[in-house]
Design a binder for this molecule. Structure first.
Ligand code: NIG
Ligand code: FE
Length: 414
């Protein structure tokens, strides 16, 4: 199947195949071509260029993109979208004054989701999660990372990871799996948390690896959750089975998670709402990609990741949704993009770089996704008619996407 897009108002995020991530001032540039054509062949981007150089070939389908933009589909590198039920009651509790931490201390929070997951069949979890996956595809997401972490027992964690694997096989969107057994301490281990760490290391990690259920490993490195020592132990064990660390750090407190992640050669450090001077200095000297989650700060009313300062200091940055029932019940990357601009003071160019090529890097996917590059997978957003690409973050709340293409095929209209 060959599809020709012509008269594209602006073709955005054109990069050479060698570009893996963008950092610092370069994030302020979004290479674009005005009045362009683009050709997809089966699931790949085959060619593009100015309309004056359009090749004389016969496509199977021709799309007139006059007044419209084309850009790579969003790459959402941090979600927990496999879960059961919801936590709408806790939402109201927070409106009434309780904090996220207070709700967790009462046995709510992650443990609440773990109880709901435990009593839901694998089939039903798959159905609930499929709906969310279909929703984010319609919202322009073409690649997504999904974590386990609401199982918190060997069997329930594997159940979650099997659901992620089944989603990956059933939908065209690129799905990457992360094992997050170290998300919270389950009730029976409250008084001897190290025994749970042993369970993760001795039983869960080998099972995950033997069954090829995840590529990445994560832990919630935070006061009251997993200490730096426990996080290191889990990551080192994961590493010995080939699992690459991507770690939740500095959401509420700076306890040394960034330094541990650097030492462990993590691919990403995620959250980073609380950053000390030392954290900045250490992170900017490393290759670890910071991932900011603006919708989480919005929903919990907690500080925003100091993303402006990160970019000003020359660092790279990815943005992701954190889609989960407790801190971010939204997988809308368009909202994350707007919120990154409005609340973190990213420019539209920086936010689009953070949500495409850098998001792809944060999932080990930037060789095949995240930019308009010949040979990359044809995951594209075709916008409605808009005056400029800055309208994507500017007109927050409006749906400016006309069509989403994943692996060279348009998603059916909903
Ligand atoms: O990234 N912080 C830890 N994990 C999730 C929230 C999980 C939950 O509340 O269910 C997060 O925000
Ligand atoms: Fe998260």
């Amino acid at each position: 199947m060959r599809i020709l897009f012509k008269n594209i108002e602006q073709l955005l995020q054109i990069r050479g195949p060698e570009v893996r991530k963008i950092a610092g001032v370069e994030m302020g540039e979004l290479p674009a071509l005005k009045n362009a054509f683009l050709i997809t062949e089966n699931d790949r981007i085959a060619d593009f260029g100015p309309m004056s150089e359009i090749p004389g070939l016969t496509p199977d389908l021709e799309v007139d993109a006059s007044g419209k933009m084309i850009l790579p589909a969003w790459c959402d590198s941090h979600t927990h979208l496999v879960y059961a039920g919801n936590r709408e009651k806790e939402f109201v509790d927070r409106i009434r004054g309780l904090s996220y931490e207070e709700i967790a201390a009462r046995g709510g929070g992650i443990l609440n989701s773990a109880r709901q997951l435990e009593s839901t069949s694998e089939e039903n979890i798959y159905e609930q999660s499929s709906k969310r996956l279909k929703e984010i595809m319609q919202l322009g997401t073409g690649a997504v990372e999904i974590k386990s972490g609401y199982g918190l027992s060997s069997e329930a964690e594997m159940k979650m990871l099997r659901v992620i694997k089944r989603l990956a096989a059933s939908y065209p969107i690129e799905v990457k799996a992360t094992f997050l057994g170290a998300h919270a301490f389950p009730e029976p281990y409250r008084d001897h948390p190290d025994k749970y760490v042993d369970l993760i290391c001795d039983e869960m990690i080998p099972k995950v690896a033997e069954n090829g259920l995840a590529e990445f490993i994560d832990a919630f490195c935070e006061k009251g959750y997993f200490s730096v020592e426990q996080t290191k132990k889990i990551m080192e064990r994961g590493n010995s089975f080939g699992l690459v660390p991507k770690i939740h750090v500095n959401q509420f407190n700076s306890i040394g998670g960034i330094q541990a992640a650097i030492e462990l050669k993590a691919l990403t450090v995620d959250h980073l709402e609380v950053m000390t001077d030392q954290d900045f200095t250490d992170l900017e000297r490393s290759e670890v990609m910071p991932v900011a989650l603006p919708s989480c700060s919005y929903f919990l009313s907690i500080p925003y990741t100091p993303a402006r300062e990160m970019i000003d200091r020359g660092m790279a940055l990815a943005i992701a949704t954190d889609f989960n029932p407790g801190s971010t019940p939204s997988g809308n990357m368009n909202f994350a993009l707007s919120t990154a601009c409005i609340k973190m003071r990213l420019t539209p160019e920086e936010a689009i770089n953070a949500a495409t090529i850098n998001g792809a890097y944060a999932m080990n996917l930037s060789h095949s996704l995240g930019s308009i590059t010949r040979g990359k997978i044809a995951n594209l957003i075709l916008t409605k008619e808009i005056p400029s690409y800055g309208f994507l973050p500017y007109a927050f709340g409006s749906n400016l996407i006309e069509k989403v293409m994943i692996r060279g095929e348009f998603l059916p209209e909903e």
